[in-house]
Design a protein around this ligand. Structure first.
Ligand SMILES: [Zn+2]
Length: 224
């Protein structure tokens, strides 16, 4: 992948799937369809809620949280008041759940947020929550199935909260062969160039701490 592809500023590596609608790295489409077929044979409708996401979309998420316009959550899931946090604390709080623009694994097209389209989840308007995937939640059976079977298809969960600086995201799966290449290629230098050119809130502070932020939230994930 080129620097622009790694940082979500190009989509030359992305293919669009019509059914189910999803944007993925061209080489991840077939592995994903294989996983989906296997899930279907076990009674699940593997539905991607979010595949490829570009830099500008991630920038809007970041700036919304930094400015307090979008809700921001702490480790326990409790809502935080952006204005009450010092800028560096605010940056770490955002990074518990959201990536820096340029450093989202969704830029690569190798990562996808998955739910079961057949599970009755009307009581869960926000589907990507830990409660929805925990025992008793509508997506608990899918989560258990994926944990057992996804590795056979090349997929793994990079955010389990064991090594990852990012909080556990049981819905977030990654296609290892290509994602691991991308993770190694996305150096602090590549990320710094993307951020330096963008209208990112808190940019000076992010750039001053970039090596540390990269080590904790980009480099350190739970490995396949
Ligand atoms: Zn995700």
């Amino acid at each position: 992948m080129t620097a622009d592809e790694l940082t979500g500023q190009a989509r030359t590596h992305i293919a669009t799937l019509a059914d189910p609608y999803c944007m993925l790295h061209a080489q991840v489409v077939q592995p994903f369809l294989n996983l989906r077929r296997a899930a279907k044979s076990h009674g699940f409708d593997l539905k991607p809620l979010s595949g490829f996401r570009d830099f500008d979309r991630q920038l809007a998420i970041w700036n919304g949280k930094f400015s307090g316009e979008r809700p921001m959550h702490g480790v326990s899931g409790v809502q935080l008041d952006a204005a009450a946090l010092a800028p560096l604390e605010r940056i770490h709080a955002i990074l518990l759940w959201s990536a820096l623009p340029g450093a989202s694994r969704h830029h690569w097209g190798t990562d996808v947020d998955l739910i079961d389209g057949l599970a009755g989840a009307s009581a869960y308007p926000d589907k990507l929550t830990r409660e929805a995937f925990a025992p008793g939640g509508p997506f608990a059976p899918l989560a258990a199935w994926l944990d057992m079977h996804a590795p056979r298809f090349g997929f793994f969960r990079p955010y389990q909260g064991r090594r990852s600086g990012v909080q556990p995201e049981p819905w977030h799966f990654s296609f290892a062969p290509i994602a691991e290449m991308a993770r190694r290629a996305l150096s602090p230098k590549v990320l710094r160039a993307a951020i330096a050119a963008a209208p990112l809130l808190g940019k000076e502070l992010v750039l001053a701490h970039l090596d540390e932020l990269h080590a904790r939230y980009v480099e350190t994930v739970d490995l396949p």
